[in-house]
Design a protein around this ligand. Structure first.
Ligand code: MRU
Length: 361
């Protein structure tokens, strides 16, 4: 995607292959800051503390983390220990474990002397594949949006939750890839952006990246989505996902479940953009997915920019207020109109998902 007119990815390796550069998403939308990560502990902090976030981007960042490990010590034990450490950074998005597993499968059979070069190549391949995957998701999702555009005059009104745009991936995004491709195809669009409490990824990230790409959008409070659907003001909901179970249950950012519930009640199509790296066939249903519990401070405090330009954190809740902060929820497969994958649109059903992964690419 372009930022201030310049093409950019969310992460890129240093020329000397001794570090990884990432956009520090904690600073957006106020500042586009780039951080240099040069060790496994640095990568661990960047994922855990959400400098980088979004399931596919977490996976790609962790892959480069193993490449950094292979530079200093690529023996079996060192690689396995680094992977085990990185895997703990965030529990819900399965792309993290998937990417680490892919790196180990590629590296461990090689002689140790060849691992550093191979690790860097594999991480780069994984990042490039993420881009191609998201472009393909965009193409398949574009067909849905083009169909809606033909049905009624005026813009296609898309509602999205959290940030599943290019910032959440290496490039393009998952849920927003169809939006970007539809815009390029000249389809008139209007995106409702859920603010996405408590970390406000919608307000700070989705609104920022849609503005950068010139896509018309309107920020709404999380609680407004049901009202808009009831009034017939939403044509389609498209969200991303952090893990999809074998039966098609979808785990995504907290609040997704309520959007799906409202969409079902009001007959609004509810689609989930899902790269196959987010599918976890080892879990029979979504209730088995570990849900990340984050700090109470994300609820009791909020960060923003003052009129003077300083970024400050202020307290919202009474002193000592207890707060529970589950970061993800599970939407039942039956409420999902379709999964938009790199291999096309698929039903959120066990048999369909099994057939999809067994089908040659
Ligand atoms: O906690 P986050 O910001 O990492 O959560 C991100 C989401 O829930 C996204 O919707 C999901 O990862 C899909 S990203 C393409």
């Amino acid at each position: 995607m372009r930022v201030d007119g310049q093409p950019r990815r969310t992460l890129w390796p240093a020329d000397g292959q001794d570090a990884l550069y990432v956009i520090d998403q904690r600073q957006l939308p106020h500042r586009l800051a780039v951080e240099r990560l040069d060790s496994v502990p640095a990568v661990l902090v960047a994922i855990r503390d959400m400098w980088v976030r979004g399931a596919p981007l977490i996976g790609a960042t962790a892959a480069y983390g193993l490449a950094l490990q292979a530079r200093v010590d690529g023996c079996d034990a060192a690689l396995q220990a680094a992977a085990a450490q990185l895997r703990t950074a965030r529990p819900t998005a399965v792309n993290l474990a998937w990417a680490l597993q892919r790196m180990l499968r590629r590296l461990l059979p090689l002689p140790p002397a060849e691992r550093a070069v191979a690790a860097w190549q594999e991480a780069a391949a994984l990042a490039d594949e993420d881009v191609a995957t998201n472009q393909a998701i965009g193409r398949h999702g574009l067909a849905l949006l083009a169909d809606l555009a033909r049905r009624r005059p005026g813009p296609v009104r898309v509602l999205t939750h959290c940030n599943a745009g290019w910032l959440a991936t290496v490039d393009w995004g998952t849920a927003l890839a169809p939006v970007y491709q539809a815009r390029a195809a000249g389809i008139d669009l209007q995106v409702w952006v859920d603010e996405t409490r408590p970390r406000n990824q919608g307000a700070s990230l989705t609104a920022w990246e849609l503005a950068q790409q010139g896509v018309a959008h309107t920020l709404i409070a999380d609680n407004a989505g049901g009202h808009l659907m009831q009034r017939g003001l939403v044509d389609i909901v498209i969200v991303g996902c952090d893990r999809v179970a074998a039966n098609g249950d979808v785990c995504n950012k907290i609040g997704t479940y309520l959007k799906a519930l409202a969409a079902r009640e009001h007959g609004v199509p509810f689609h989930v953009a899902m790269p196959l790296s987010t599918l976890d066939l080892s879990l029979p249903d979504g209730l088995q997915i570990p849900i990340e519990e984050r700090s109470a401070r994300e609820l009791t405090h909020i960060t923003g920019r003052t009129a003077g330009g300083d970024v400050l954190e202020v307290q919202l809740a009474p002193d000592g207020c207890a707060a529970a902060n589950p970061a993800f929820d599970v939407t039942p497969a039956a409420w999902v109109s379709g999964l938009i994958t790199e291999r096309g649109l698929v039903a959120a059903r066990r048999e369909a998902l099994q057939a999809l992964v067994e089908r040659p690419a």
